[in-house]
Design a protein around this ligand. Structure first.
Ligand SMILES: C[S@@+](CC[C@H](N)C(=O)[O-])C[C@H]1O[C@@H](n2cnc3c(N)ncnc32)[C@H](O)[C@@H]1O
Length: 285
């Protein structure tokens, strides 16, 4: 697989671009609290974001990292948050301002070309977005362009799906009911750029220095268990196909999801496991 782009990235990116409000609400309800918010805190810690800084959040989705950053940079700072999905940005904007945070400016923009001014930011980040971009190298160059010299860049990109067991279970459930091709297309969207060396090379080629890529596993708990993870499928690149299943097939998929998650499900019904991500850090020279 090419680390620079692939068909699954295009498929998922197109799915986000045309996503329904329901799909993006599913993302917010099922995934933001248990996984994207804690990973966002982790990324901002790694970037040592401080008061008064100007931060760019690329592929902000429902504003997950932008909102955490707004609190960290405070009223003297500034956050620009971009995404190509109008439905995602609508969810973000509906959340309102962060108390005692900087203003957040949301802007509808693909990663390439990126609607952000040059040499204007202290920090640029992208949490679990790069793997979806049809032009990953171009996206890194755009983030580099937006940073001032010495500005810091941080990326989070999931490691392989086997290192994220709840989602390996969803992939297996899809495989059982919808076939192996669908299962592969599901997994190769978010988890399709597991190539630490290639990631480091891409970041370096975009004009960054002091490049590091580390793989980190962190615990995760989905209080709503299998139903919560099933709900996340409405926010996936296969949402339209899954939505088009007849009622018997959809019920079979729900049963398969519960079955594949059984070993991760505790007595209260919650799913407890871990997720593994690559964290890339670099400095714009
Ligand atoms: C998994 S979500 C991550 C959202 C957010 N960073 C978070 O941590 O919750 C991936 C995001 O990438 C965005 N995206 C996908 N393809 C894109 C592209 N080509 N340009 C810009 N954003 C894109 C999607 O709309 C979606 O909001």
């Amino acid at each position: 697989m090419s680390a620079g782009s692939d068909d699954e990235a295009r498929e998922w990116s197109a799915a986000f671009a045309t996503a329904s409000t329901d799909g993006m609400e599913a993302y917010e309800e099922a995934l933001v609290g248990p996984m994207f918010t804690p990973w966002g805190e982790y990324l901002l810690d790694a970037l040592t974001v401080t008061q008064g800084e100007r931060l760019l959040d690329v592929a902000t989705g429902p504003g997950t990292v932008a909102r955490l950053a707004s609190a960290r940079v405070g009223p003297a700072g500034h956050v620009l948050a971009t995404d190509l999905s109008a439905a995602m940005l609508a969810v973000a904007e509906a959340k309102g301002n962060v108390a005692d945070g900087s203003p957040i400016e949301y802007r509808l923009s693909p990663a390439v070309p990126l609607a952000a001014p040059a040499a204007s930011f202290d920090v640029a980040c992208c949490q679990h977005g790069l793997q979806f971009f049809p032009d990953r190298q171009g996206a890194l160059a755009e983030m580099r362009r937006a940073l001032r010299p010495g500005g810091r860049m941080g990326l989070a990109v999931w490691a392989g799906v086997e290192t994220c067991p709840p989602f390996a279970a969803l992939r297996d459930a899809i495989g059982e009911v919808m076939g192996l091709d669908a299962a592969e297309r599901y997994a190769r969207g978010p988890w399709g750029l597991h190539a630490p060396r290639a990631l480091a090379d891409m970041v370096t080629a975009a004009g960054f220095g002091e490049v590091s890529v580390d793989e980190t596993a962190r615990p995760v708990r989905f209080e709503g268990g299998a139903a919560q993870l099933d709900r996340s499928l409405a926010a996936s690149g296969l949402a339209v196909e899954i939505g088009a299943l007849n009622s018997d097939m959809r019920a079979a998929l729900g049963s398969a999801v519960a079955d594949k998650l059984r070993s991760l499900t505790d007595r209260s019904g919650a799913v407890t496991s871990h997720l593994t991500s690559q964290i890339a850090l670099a400095v714009a020279h």
